[in-house]
Each structure stands twice: as C-alpha cells, then as structure tokens.
Design a protein around this ligand. Structure first.
Ligand code: FDA
Length: 305
C-alpha cells in the first residue's frame, strides 16, 4: 500500500498544472508544516528562531523545472536577495538551490550566468551554497556543472543520492575535488534500471557512501531522519576518531523537531533545510510520498478546518 501511495505522490509532484494552481492559490493542505512561508521575511523569522535554539540552517527559495529565461533570472535574483539578507542579518544559514530553477533545462549559458552571479555574492557574504540533486535524467549534467564551478569557487557543494547505482563511481570521481557533500537516500521516482528498488539496498549503499566520504577526510552532511542511519554515523565516527567538525547532520524543516534539538544537545552540528516561496507544490508532494503518516496529518488538517 505504502508503495502505491509513494508512487502516486511522486507522480503528482511533477504535474505542471497542479504546480501552477498551487502557486496561484498559496500555501494549502498542510504545506505550511514543511514550508517556512511564502515570503523572505517569514522565512528569515523562522531562521532566527531556529538559530536561537542552536540549529544551523540552509535556506531554499523553492522552484524547480523552470522552462523560461525570465523565471530563471527571477529565481536567481531571489536567491541573491536571500544571501544578502543572511549576510546583513548575520544569520547562521547556507543556501540550497536547484539547477533547473536557474535555467539548466534552457541553456548552459543561462545556468552558468545565473550560478556565477549567485556565487559571486555568496563569496562576498561568506555563504556556502549547495546544489540540490534532482532526478536521474539531470544527475550527470548537475555534477558536470558542479565540477566546473568548484574549480572557481570554494564555497560550493552538492548532493549525492544513495539510491542510484552510479553513486559509488561518482563519489570516486568527485574525490579529486575535495567536495563538501550532502549525502541523502534520494527523493525522486526512478526506474530499477538506474536505482535500487529495495529500501534495504538503498540503506546499505547509504552507509557505504557515508563511510567512504568520512574516511576520505572530506566534510560530510548526513541528511536523513532515519534513526538507524544517525546511530550508524555516531558509532562510525567514534570508532574511527573522526572529529565532530568534519561532519554534520541535516534534516528537513518540520520533521523530527525534538530529535534535531537532542542532537544539538549531544554536541553535534545540526542543520535544518528551510524551504520558502510560492513554488512549494513539488517539494510538498515529495514529503508526502516519503511518509504515509504525513498524508494522514494533512488529511486531518483539511477535515478539521
Ligand atoms: P526514510 O524516508 O527511509 O525514513 C526512515 C525513517 O526515518 C522512518 O522509518 C522513520 O523512522 C524516520 N522518519 C522519516 N520521516 C519522519 C517523520 N516525519 N517523523 C518521524 N520520523 C520520521 N533528496 C534528493 O533527491 N535531492 C536532494 O537534494 C535532497 N536534499 C535533502 C536535504 C535534506 C536536509 C534532507 C533531510 C533530505 C534531502 N533529500 C534530498 C531527501 C532525501 O533524499 C530523502 O527522500 C528523505 O530525507 C527521506 O529519507 P530518510 O533518509 O529521511 O529516511
């Protein structure tokens, strides 16, 4: 049953008609639990509050699969505004973004122009930028763009997904760049031709890449809500004398809030991914796909209105 629910929401996450509809009618159906607001001001207040509690942040101005230049330029300008606000207000926050929102599907020229504009301002404001990883079809290109930008800027990282078969090879290939990587299980609907269909295999590969990246001495963000993966990491760093400043945990805004605070109390760095903006639909659908309990929560919200 969970499998069908997951596929339904992953299918819906790519529906352009619903994406436009959601943008037009604002935060609805419990999305506010996972999205910090539609405006920068709302999101910055959330960040201040999280920082006060000892949590670091990476902020994401939501947007994906942008198919025209004007929108891609607007997305880049909004990311720049977010970086400037982080610098101005002295927030403990990085920035995350998706290359499809910067024009990757339109042209190489556009995506590089927008990324360099963002990276120049990020460098000036000492803000680290992570390129989120999207679906498999865009993985190769995303890594290629990341590698080029990494030779120009130090303050840039990307994401590696444990569910892809190609991941181990990518990690070996990326190692020469000493990358700061966020490791995740992977959130998109992929075919068994390219990704492990069974959770148990994804979990094993996740552990494998956590070990690889930490032992290579590179900074590692372990982005998961899975207690088994958190416990695995804690034991592994202890056994291998890996210092606390070589890694961090990351979770999404609105998920396992108490656990986030506990990890801070235990002395670990904990970063919360805080999305905001009007283009929340695809992000929200992927969160529903991950956990049927989230669907129950949303339905309760609708019928209790
Ligand atoms: P999984 O979904 O396997 O859940 C395992 C267990 O975690 C559950 O059984 C439960 O115990 C616990 N759990 C999960 N949700 C919970 C909840 N709401 N409350 C309580 N317990 C819960 N993906 C991607 O493809 N590209 C990207 O760039 C990113 N970026 C990213 C950033 C950050 C900071 C995070 C945390 C995640 C991503 N992801 C991502 C998403 C990622 O790929 C993955 O889809 C989700 O994190 C869900 O997988 P988990 O590792 O959390 O475990």
């Amino acid at each position: 049953m969970d499998h069908y629910i997951r596929n339904l929401f992953l299918f819906l996450s790519k529906n352009r008609f619903f994406t436009r509809l959601a943008k037009k009618y604002g935060l609805r159906f419990g999305a506010a639990r996972f999205v910090a607001g539609e405006t920068g001001e709302q999101a910055f207040n959330v960040i201040k509050d999280l920082n006060k509690q000892g949590l670091s942040v990476t902020i994401d101005y939501l947007g994906e699969f942008v198919d025209n230049e004007k929108e891609a330029n607007e997305m880049a300008d909004n990311s720049i505004k977010a970086i400037e606000a982080i610098g101005r207000e002295g927030l403990d926050s990085q920035l995350s973004l998706k290359l499809t929102s910067m024009g990757m599907d339109i042209s190489d020229e556009l995506v590089f122009k927008n990324m360099r504009k963002i990276m120049d301002v990020a460098k000036e404001n000492h803000v680290f930028v992570t390129i989120d990883m999207e679906d498999f079809a865009r993985c190769e290109k995303t890594l290629k763009i990341f590698k080029t930008l990494k030779t120009e800027y130090d303050n840039i990282g990307t994401v590696i997904q444990a569910y892809l078969y190609r991941t181990e090879t990518d990690m070996i290939d990326l190692s020469d760049y000493s990358p700061n990587l966020r490791l995740v299980k992977g959130a998109y609907k992929e075919s068994p031709e390219v990704a492990f269909p069974e959770k148990v295999d994804v979990d094993e590969n996740f552990k494998k890449i956590i070990k690889m990246h930490l032992l290579n001495g590179h900074y590692t963000a372990i982005a998961t809500h899975d207690e088994a993966m958190i416990q695995f990491t804690k034991q592994f760093v202890k056994d291998n004398h890996i210092p606390n400043d070589q890694f961090e945990f990351q979770m999404l805004y609105g998920i396992r809030i108490e656990r986030q605070l506990e990890l801070v109390k235990e002395g670990y760095k904990m970063r919360v991914y805080v999305p905001y903006g009007t283009d929340w639909y695809g992000y929200f659908m992927r969160r529903l796909a991950e956990r049927p309990a989230n669907v129950a929560f949303v339905l309760k919200g609708i019928f209790n209105k």
